[in-house]
Design a binder for this molecule. Structure first.
Ligand SMILES: Cc1cc2nc3c(=O)[nH]c(=O)nc-3n(C[C@H](O)[C@H](O)[C@H](O)COP(=O)(O)OP(=O)(O)OC[C@H]3O[C@@H](n4cnc5c(N)ncnc54)[C@H](O)[C@@H]3O)c2cc1C
Length: 522
C-alpha cells in the first residue's frame, strides 16, 4: 500500500534521478529533486552512442547478458546483469511512452553497434544526441508533472536513527547558506567521478560527491578502483575533450599512429572494436612512442553523407574545430569517462544505510564487473531506477550483501574547511598522473599521501562544521586511490604495471567503509 505522504528526496537530475522522480510520482509518491547545477546538467546530457537493449530480431537478453559478462573481466554480478538485460526492453518502452524520439529506419527503431556488442542493439536519438534527447524529454516530463526541482548541492546525509531515512544537509547554489532537511528516504543519483581527473569526457558536475556523502553516512562503497577511460576524445591543445563516440569505430572508423599505421590490428582480434581498456592502453603506448600527445581516428573511408547524418554532434564539433572528418584525420587521446564503482546497493537501489538509496552511475550493483560494456549505463539508470521507485513505494528493509573484502578507511581529522579551486586542480592532476590508465604501487602510495594532506586542508576542523563540495570530492579521490592500491592485480579497467596480470585470488569485489572505531570521535 503506497503511503502518499512519502516524499523521497532525489539527488541529481540525470537519467537516473529524473526517471526515479517520474516513476515515484506515477506510483503515488511526492518526490523532490535537488540538483547541483542547472537541472539539465549531467553526464546523461552528453551521452552520444546510444542506449543498449536487446530488441533486434537477431538479439536476445541472453546474448546481451553474455556480452556484458564477457566485457566485465570475471567480476560481473550475473544476477544483476540478468536483471539489467531482461528488463532493458521494458524500460526502453517507458522512454518511448515519455516521448524520447529514437531514430528509425523504415518505421523501425534503428539499432547501432559498439565495441564488444555481438549484435546491433544501441538505440539512438538525433543521431549521436541520444543523451541530450533523453535528458530533455525527462526534464520536460518532470516539470510538466509538477515535481518540485531545485538547485541545491547535497553535502551530507546524517543518520538520526529514524527508520524513515537520513537527514540531508544541502547548500544553496551559491554555497553561502545551509538547509537541513527532515528525515526522509534519500536517493543518490549523483553520477560519476570523471571530472576528478585532469582529462575527462564528463562535465564539471561529475565529481563523485554522492559517494563521499554515502561514505560519511557509513554506507558501504564498492569497486572504487574501477574507473573506465574512454579511448577517443578530441585531443587538440586548448580544445575541449569532446568525446568521439565509439559508435564511429562501430561504423568503420580506424585508429592510426603517427606513422599512419593501424596499430590495433594484431594487438587484439577485434582491432579497433576491442574492449575500451585495451584500446585506451594501446593509445597510451603509441602516445608514449610518438612526438604528439595523441593518435588519429580515421573516418575518411566512411561514406560522407552517412558520417554527417549518423554523427551530427561530433561532425559539427569537428567542423567548428576546422576538421572535415570525411577528408581529414581526427586527433584523439583517452580520457576518464565512467565510474564503475560507487555506493554498494542491492537490486532495488538500497544501500547499507536504511533509507539511503543509490541509482545510476553513483551506485555499484556489480552489473559492469571490472569493465563496463558501452551503452549499458544509461539503461542501468532506468532498470535499477524502476526497481528503486517500486521499493520506495513499498518500503522494506534490505541492502547489499556483505562485500568479499572490506577496506576500513579512517576518517581524516581536518584543520580547516578550505575549498580553493587550486586544490581541486591538484586532485585532478594527481588522479590523472598516478591513479589513471596505468598505475603502480609507488605512484598510488604517493597519491594517497598527498590526497590525505589535501583532505586535512579541506576537511572541517570541528564536527559541527560541514564538509564542503571540495572536501567531498577530495575524499572520493582518496578512496579511488586506496582501492587501486589494495587491488594488487590487473583486471578490466584497473591496470597495474607492477601487477600486470589478473590473479584468481582477486576475482572478488572490494568494499570500502568508514572505520567505525574513530567515528565516535567526530
Ligand atoms: C560524453 C559522454 C558520453 C557518454 N555516452 C554514453 C552512451 O552513449 N551510452 C551510455 O549508456 N552511457 C554513456 N555515457 C555514460 C552515461 O552518460 C552516464 O553513465 C549516465 O548518464 C549517468 O547517469 P546518472 O543519472 O547516473 O548521472 P548523471 O547523468 O551524471 O547525473 C548526475 C546528477 O547529479 C547531480 N549532482 C552531483 N553531485 C550532486 C550533489 N552533491 N548534490 C546535488 N546534485 C548533485 C549532477 O549535477 C547531475 O545532475 C556517456 C558519458 C559521457 C560523459
Amino acid at each position: 500500500m503506497v503511503d502518499p505522504k512519502t516524499r523521497p528526496l532525489i539527488v541529481g537530475s540525470g537519467i537516473a534521478g529524473l526517471y526515479v522522480a517520474l516513476r515515484c510520482r506515477e506510483l503515488g509518491l511526492r518526490p523532490t529533486v535537488v540538483t547541483k547545477s542547472r537541472i539539465e546538467e549531467s553526464n546523461t546530457r552528453y551521452a552520444q552512442g546510444g542506449i543498449a537493449a536487446a530488441i533486434g530480431p537477431d538479439d536476445s537478453p541472453a546474448r546481451h547478458l553474455a556480452d556484458t559478462v564477457r566485457a566485465g573481466a570475471g567480476l560481473v554480478d550475473r544476477t544483476a546483469a540478468r536483471v539489467l538485460t531482461e528488463e532493458a526492453p521494458a524500460r526502453i518502452a517507458d522512454l518511448v511512452r515519455y516521448g524520447v524520439p529514437f531514430d528509425t529506419v523504415e518505421g523501425q527503431i534503428a539499432l547501432g553497434r559498439e565495441a564488444a556488442h555481438t549484435r546491433s542493439r544501441l538505440l539512438h536519438a538525433g543521431g549521436d544526441a541520444t543523451g541530450f534527447s533523453i535528458e530533455e524529454t525527462l526534464r520536460r516530463r518532470v516539470l510538466a508533472a509538477g515535481i518540485d526541482a531545485r538547485e541545491r548541492t547535497v553535502l551530507r546525509a546524517l543518520r538520526p536513527g529514524g527508520r524513515v531515512g537520513p537527514v540531508a544537509v544541502l547548500s544553496s547554489p551559491t554555497g553561502t547558506g545551509v538547509e537541513v532537511d527532515s528525515p526522509r528516504p534519500v536517493v543518490l543519483a549523483t553520477g560519476g567521478v570523471g571530472s576528478l581527473y585532469l582529462q575527462s569526457s564528463n562535465p564539471p558536475v561529475a565529481t563523485g560527491e554522492g559517494m563521499a556523502v554515502a561514505f560519511r553516512a557509513g554506507a558501504l562503497l564498492r569497486d572504487m578502483e574501477f574507473v573506465q577511460f574512454h579511448p577517443t576524445a578530441f585531443a587538440r591543445e586548448g580544445a575541449p575533450r569532446f568525446l568521439i563516440t565509439e559508435a564511429m569505430r562501430g561504423e568503420g572508423a580506424v585508429l592510426r599512429n603517427e606513422a599512419g599505421e593501424r596499430f590495433m590490428v594484431g594487438r587484439h582480434p577485434d582491432a579497433e572494436l576491442a574492449p575500451r581498456d585495451v584500446v585506451a592502453r594501446a593509445i597510451q603506448e603509441e602516445i608514449g612512442r610518438s612526438t604528439h600527445r595523441w593518435v588519429y581516428l580515421d573516418a575518411t573511408a566512411l561514406p560522407s553523407d552517412r558520417l554527417f547524418a549518423r554523427f551530427p554532434s561530433v561532425t559539427s564539433f569537428l567542423v567548428a574545430q576546422g576538421i572535415d572528418p570525411s577528408r581529414q584525420l581526427i586527433p584523439v587521446a583517452p580520457v576518464a569517462h565512467y565510474m564503475i564503482g560507487g555506493v554498494a546497493t542491492d537490486l532495488e537501489g538500497r544501500s547499507s544505510v536504511p533509507g539511503l538509496f543509490a541509482v545510476g552511475e553513483a551506485a555499484a550493483t556489480g552489473v559492469h564487473g571490472a569493465n563496463r560494456l558501452g551503452s549499458n549505463s544509461l539503461v542501468e539508470g532506468l532498470v535499477f531506477g524502476e526497481r528503486a521507485a517500486r521499493r520506495l513505494a513499498d518500503p522494506k528493509p534490505g541492502g547489499p550483501g556483505a562485500a568479499d573484502g572490506v577496506l576500513e578507511v579512517p576518517p581524516i581529522v581536518g584543520r580547516g574547511a578550505q575549498g580553493e579551486p587550486a586544490l581541486v586542480q591538484e586532485v585532478r592532476e594527481i588522479l590523472w598522473n598516478d591513479v589513471g590508465i596505468v598505475r603502480d604501487g609507488a605512484g598510488l602510495r604517493e597519491a594517497i599521501a598527498r590526497l590525505d594532506e589535501i583532505a586535512t586542508l579541506t576537511e572541517p576542523a570541528t564536527a559541527s562544521t560541514l564538509p564542503g563540495p571540495v572536501a567531498n570530492a577530495a575524499l572520493t579521490a582518496a578512496l579511488i586511490a586506496r582501492a587501486a592500491l589494495a587491488r594488487t592485480e590487473s583486471r578490466g579497467v584497473h591496470f597495474r604495471r607492477d601487477h600486470p596480470r589478473p590473479r584468481p585470488s582477486w576475482a572478488r569485489h572490494l568494499g570500502l567503509r568508514r572505520l567505525r572505531r574513530t567515528e565516535r570521535g567526530r
